[in-house]
Design a protein around this ligand. Sequence first.
Ligand code: GAL
Length: 808
Amino acid sequence: MSDTIFLNDDWDYSPVFSEGLVNSSGTDGMEKVRLPHTVAVTPFNNFSAEIYQKISLYRRFFDTDEAWNGKKVLLTIEGAAHQSTVYLNGRELFVHNSGYTAFTVDLTDHLAPAGKRNILAVKVDSRESLNIPPFGFVIDYMTYGGIYRDVYLEIKNPVYIEDVFVTTKGNRFNSQITLNTENIPAGLSLHQKIMPSVNAPIVGDKDNPCAEITSGASKKISLTSANASGITQWSIDNPALYTVTTELLGDDGKVLDTKTTRFGFRDIKFDETGFYLNGTKIKIRGLNRHQSWPYIGYAAPKNMQIEDADILKYELGLNEVRTSHYPQSQHFINRCDEIGLLVFTEIPGWQHIGDEKWKNQAVENVREMITQYRNHPSIFIWGVRINESVDDDAFYTRTNALAHELDKTRPTGGVRYLKNSHLLEDVYTFNDFSFHGPNDGALHKRKVTDTHKGYMITEYNGHMFPTKTFDCEAHRTEHAVRHAKVLDTVAGYDDIAGSSGWCAFDYNTHKDFGSGDYICYHGVMDQFRNPKPAAYVYQSQAESSTTGDVLSVTSGMDIGEYPGGARGNVYILTNADSVKMYVNGIFIKEYTKADSPYKNLPHGPILIDDYVGHRLVDEDGIKEKHSKAMKTMLFALQKYGLDKLPLKYLVKGLSLWIRGVTNPGKLRSLYGKYIGNWGGTAITYKFEAVKNGKVVKTLIRTPPKEVRLKMSAYRTALREEESYDMELVRITASDENGNLLPYCQEAVTLAAEGEIEVVGPKAVSLKGGCTGCFVKTTGKSGKGVLKATDWTGRETKLEFTVEKNRSV
Ligand code: GAL
């Protein structure tokens, strides 16, 4: 049997490493910390990487339990950035050289006697000068530092199950079991049982062992079962998960070890016609994710990882995420398994390939990534090249060979910016930044590669159009439109398996990138996961069963926001069947999918081309037969303004004038009445999203009378389990109709009472009408209140409960 003991609490931390502290009890200059931990709480922006680059020390005491006699004691650190040296009782035991993968150290032979105290110390080097991936050149993301994922001990019998790797084909189940030793005593046997886990109905023979084998002398044992009848395959819409429990039995039938492995039955295939999941073609629609947040960097516990996956699936309606540019938290990927979000994961790296030692580490990273993540059904491809590096056939022959050896069921990819580069992988995965606005949204596959293998776009947009929540409306709209354009182009090309855009969330970056404030404003959401208009382009591509009913309009409808009052194109973003538009209560038009210029998308942005409806005839004495032409003129005026009216509209206007339908004066007054009249009364717009004949959502745009501060969180019931709990709180200013106020940049002060604390600054400004903060549990159960006081002194509260449910 094995026990897991989490060691996330009670660490002593010193920001400066000293040999003297490794085996000492002194706590001078040390701070008590809990994991996940960051070596530097960072500002929102305007800081340099220097602040987290250091060699620091984590130290923790634990007693050797008498029950551990004759057992193996294994320490696992799920993630520490970037080089870790583990010491037990003063003796150096292990050095691990990647900040993005887990490692396990056998402590058994170095433990203090039963009942005595051990001193566990971890030197963590977070300097970017290390000769390991991703370091060696510039990097467009901050790499932070610290032990930022879970740490635990496992207590095992001397012979135990080191690994179970499950593969499936249809309803066939296969597993490769690895024991920890070659010296397997005679008489051991293995026994497995499959059980439904999440979203899965009961398996046919659930109470029977799937397979049973008496072990031979080999460390690796394969068990195959054809007995998994009646299973449900894992898919995006129904992510059915199973567990297989593997028991190692002694010759007396006693259970020596048990390992429970969660997996899904699913088949994946890439070919030149696209990507197939269980034989069904799926257009991949994803975004890239960095695992960072403001202030806390990488150090986010389980629930925040889970919520990030939920945001991608349920708020952005994605079916895929690329974990750019490194393996991410198991909690995050577990959640992707549970909710049906495909994952493209890859080894750490950014453009640079280092020397032989560096490359050996990159190959080791392939091994660690695949052995640690290969039971996740959500992972559909391994990225085995350094992101955007040049061809290096010798190096990439090694990474591909190892990936194929370790996992024969998944294709390899490797993200490149090069066209026609050497394809040693199974899928050509390409960052297509060709789109810059007026041109096609993406290159055709044959312009990039002549391979007959699968093809996928792994990045687009990003630096081609950085966009802040507080940019002007035209800019934010263009950002949304650009994402729609690429999605539409990709959807129209049958041989592009899909795309992952750059990127989901804004992120802190190095001095060499970003907007000069150490942020890349490339996200469709800001760093606090507040949506920009582009987010609704993604959200509206999913059906309401996933993202709810979506209704958003890219404009606040204020002409004063635009030079000369020319508002340009305005789009409705919705997944409804239709949207009815009203102006000052008068019905204008019911828009449907047919009104979208983006014909390949399930729910392309709909262009608003009519602000007038039947009113010209009803109210202004225009004849029915001239109404359409007049509306076209008014729409052109709203889009281009009078001064920049294209010739064809000038000609049209002239012809209407000559025919006596209108004249410049009349046109101007109609424009004022229907579109916007500088100096006139503002118009109220109402939009109703209709689904199955019913209004499911309403949106009103009218000049705001009130500003309301709102705080929202996924969960207010916090729970301490393996560690502290933390919650992202989004803070927004909106009007009385719930519309975000994008130019509200006021200050908010934050305070916590009870069993929560605020992480980060206690005074923040709204940026583009939104910001956020994090609340963290204190280690005690009880209640907590987050209070935000706005610039007028008004207080808004969010109440939390904290439960302690420690499994340690
Ligand atoms: C790519 C790179 C990403 C990010 C992006 C910005 O070249 O792979 O990490 O820097 O550009 O658009």
